[in-house]
Design a protein around this ligand. Structure first.
Ligand SMILES: [Zn+2]
Length: 337
């Protein structure tokens, strides 16, 4: 800051203050805040995208978990402690998704910095789902709330509320950003319902590699018949693979779904043996495009995944394809890659 330099020449602080005050500046209040940008730290890229959409221009958003890594087993490097120490607010998914990162956050954030676990605030314990990769005996519920638009709406509202509390001067902007995002999420929800309704009821079944669709299935009337990834995130045993091949045949699934983050020769093998299409383009935590691109967003990730699921299940995804998402500004978040 140039004005600091002028004190080196022996200028007393009082004249400097007088100059600043005379020119309409003040030492505290909004201008001091503007000099020191608020730092919001998040974890997985879909949450980073959602948070960045609500935050807009008023804070710096830093994602911790690199895209394309398994967020369920992610261990933050020591340098992440520094990022967390500089946070004014931390948003995690919670529901035991980011346990090592949560522990690091609790040990490193400054006094007064709130750690907000969006999933824990969204879902009552009675509504937790435990299933294939998240069995109840392991004690960790399925944490994938953000692929389910009604729950993404709740996340967006929590972010709006916390940002307004942290930075009340900009509460109207957070509200407006939130409203624009929420309108897109509602439009996506409507297009999903239209597209998914074109799939024959008997074909509304999902077998995926990664177990990310439990809450979506419950809210949109689909059935998750299985997830191939084991609870310990290892590959299934040969016996388990044989059982899955039988299951795919018996259920008469039109397709099985892998993901870009978890390429799976095992899933390809299951598809070949069972004689069904293996589609490996679902996205879990890896947003489309590159940071800064318009399509690098949670909403585009969801749109593309549900287009793939609709079409592979014999439905018509044109409502999703033609959906005009209104948020056309790339977020400013920084994503470690
Ligand atoms: Zn996941």
């Amino acid at each position: 800051v140039p004005t600091i330099r002028s004190t080196i020449g022996g200028l007393a602080l009082v004249p400097l203050a007088a100059i600043l005050l005379a020119s309409g500046c003040a030492f505290d209040g909004p201008s001091a805040r503007a000099d020191e940008e608020i730092v919001v730290v998040t974890t997985v890229a879909p949450l980073t995208s959602l948070v960045a959409a609500v935050v807009g221009d008023h804070a710096e958003v830093r994602g911790i978990v690199p895209e394309g890594v398994n967020s369920h087993t992610f261990e933050p490097s020591p340098s992440v402690a520094e990022t967390l120490a500089g946070a004014d607010l931390v948003f995690l998914n919670g529901l035991a998704l980011e346990e090592p990162t949560l522990a690091m956050a609790e040990a490193n954030v400054e006094d007064g910095t709130e750690i907000v676990s969006l999933g824990d605030l969204t879902l009552d314990e009675d509504d937790y789902l435990y299933d294939f990769s998240f069995p109840e005996e392991a004690g960790r519920p399925n944490p994938h709330l953000w692929v389910n638009p009604p729950m993404a709406l709740v996340y967006a509202d929590i972010v709006r509320q916390r940002m307004a509390e942290l930075d009340p001067a900009h509460r109207d902007d957070y509200q407006a950003n939130h409203d624009a995002l929420a309108a897109d999420i509602r439009a996506l929800d409507e297009a999903m319902r239209t597209s998914l309704a074109t799939v024959a009821p008997d074909d509304r079944k999902l077998l995926t590699y990664h177990d990310a669709y439990a809450y979506f299935a419950r809210d949109y009337g689909w059935e998750v018949v299985g997830a191939i990834q084991m609870a310990d995130f290892q590959e299934p045993s040969p016996g388990e693979v044989a059982r899955l091949i039988d299951q795919v045949r018996t259920e008469g699934l039109p397709a099985i779904f892998g993901s870009e983050v978890f390429p799976s020769p095992v899933l390809e093998h299951i598809g070949r043996e069972a004689g069904v299409r293996y589609i490996d383009v679902l996205r879990d935590d890896d947003l489309p495009g590159e940071p800064g691109d318009r399509e690098h967003s949670l909403l585009e990730l969801l749109r593309r995944n549900y287009v793939v699921i609709t079409e592979a299940s014999g439905g018509d995804a044109s409502a999703l394809e033609s959906l005009d998402l209104q948020l056309d500004v790339a977020d400013r978040a920084t994503y470690p890659q």
